[in-house]
Design a protein around this ligand. Structure first.
Ligand SMILES: [Zn+2]
Length: 153
């Protein structure tokens, strides 16, 4: 089974790599409705800026990542594609402090209020970059046309 999973991962990565630019920078809606197929043990996390209240990111966490995030007060999440815990900004240096965590009525999703870390930093949260080369402030940088599905910044 691990070998099979490895092969699936390689195929998934190749597709992801080929489609990455079209998905992240393109102007047509191309939603991944199978994102959570075969993924268990996670809940969605809405990540919001603690001061501006802008919604920055929607991600997922498992229980272990949640506990680590609460203990470290850093934004720690679970990658459903890599199937591993990760700290936002661990490689880029654009880390976030977890200021507050809230849970929804049915206790099946979380809301994290965060701010760039260290204090006073103003880096964006998205792994994509804007025209100036800086990480985008929010992942939701494109608006969808209701009629055509066309995307515009
Ligand atoms: Zn993003």
């Amino acid at each position: 089974m691990p070998a099979l999973r490895g092969a699936e991962e390689r195929i998934r990565r190749r597709v992801t790599s080929a489609d990455k630019r079209r998905i992240e920078e393109g102007s047509q809606l191309s939603l991944d409705f199978s994102k959570l197929d075969g993924v268990g043990g996670v809940v969605p996390v809405v990540v919001q800026h603690a001061v501006s209240r802008e919604v920055l990111l929607v991600a997922y966490t498992d229980e272990e990542a949640m506990r680590e995030s609460f203990a470290s007060r850093r934004l720690v999440l679970y990658s459903t594609s890599r199937r591993e815990r990760w700290e936002k900004g661990a490689t880029s240096g654009c880390r976030f402090e977890l200021v507050e965590a809230r849970v929804n009525c049915e206790q099946n999703s979380l809301l994290y209020l965060v701010r760039p870390w260290p204090e006073g930093a103003s880096h964006g949260i998205c792994h994509t970059r804007d025209a100036s080369g800086a990480p985008r402030a929010s992942c939701f940088y494109r608006r969808i046309d209701f009629g055509t599905g066309a995307l515009a910044e």
